[in-house]
Design a protein around this ligand. Structure first.
Ligand code: 13P
Length: 256
């Protein structure tokens, strides 16, 4: 379960939220991997606030370059030094808001994995693409191009996030059927790109208006392994409820 804080909070607010989230989640973090993704400048204080817990910290993006004359970019080594072990790559707010191409996303994926980071690779179609009947095609294209040259070994460090663009920040989540279909398609694609066991084992999480009201249903779907949460991760009770839904899913899996 990832909490993508996006461009929110100041330093004091981030430390307060990280500490309160840590305290609220308590033993849930032994059943669910939880990662908080604050802005670059907040990674270090959040990492300090979470030190000694099972929770991890990630960056919301990274440069495709290792170092050098790239004004305004932040490298994997820099975010790692600040305490990040994870990185979100290919979020729609970068693909669509900043025109990041499939190729650039693929370069960032290779850079982050080569730097020893774990990644959350985001894919997802726009409203127009869905209405035109191209949702699966777009998701598969984004997945394939992001994973060019990614080895099977590196796939152990990849979580895929299905985030339909029209569901992000709109209060309108994907229906259980649409989410399950999209995740299943992505899993089949992973199986065909690599092999069936890998397709089964890669975690595919859902993002887009995930909240306490829909988390239980969405997290219980066969091919949904968790979530990437935006707005609800800024409110401790809401994030707790969403993480508890994921923990219930883990418990149900173990019972089988
Ligand atoms: P919301 O949960 O606010 O819709 O954001 C989802 C998201 O973009 C997570 O990366």
């Amino acid at each position: 379960m990832g909490g993508n804080w996006k461009m929110n909070l100041d330093r004091a607010g981030a430390v307060k939220l990280a500490s309160a989230t840590r305290e609220a989640l308590g033993s849930i973090t032994s059943a669910v991997d939880v990662v908080l993704f604050p802005s670059f400048t907040l990674i270090e204080p959040v990492a300090t606030a979470l030190a000694g817990s099972a929770m991890a910290v990630g960056a919301q993006d990274c440069s495709a370059e290792a170092l050098g004359a790239f004004t305004g970019q932040v490298s994997c080594d820099m975010v790692k030094e600040a305490g990040a072990t994870w990185c979100v790559i290919g979020h729609s707010e970068r693909r669509h808001g900043l025109a990041e191409s499939d190729d650039l996303v693929g370069e960032k994926v290779l850079r982050a994995l080569g730097s020893g980071m774990k990644i959350v690779l985001c894919v997802g179609e726009t409203k127009q693409e869905r209405e035109a009947g191209h949702a699966h095609q777009v998701n598969v294209r984004q997945l394939r191009s992001a994973l060019v040259d990614v080895t099977e070994e590196h796939m152990a460090h990849v979580v895929v996030a299905y985030e339909p663009v029209w569901a992000i920040g709109t209060g309108l989540s994907a229906s259980p059927q649409d989410a399950q279909d999209a995740h299943h398609q992505l899993r089949r694609e992973l199986a065909s790109l690599y092999n069936a066991p890998l397709g089964d084992s890669v975690r595919i999480v859902y993002g887009g208006s995930l909240n306490p009201a829909n988390a239980s249903t969405l997290c219980a779907l066969p091919d949904v392994d968790g979530g990437l949460v935006g707005g609800a991760s800024l409110k401790v009770p809401d994030f707790l409820a969403v993480c508890a839904a994921a923990a219930a899913r883990t418990a149900a899996n173990l019972a089988h």
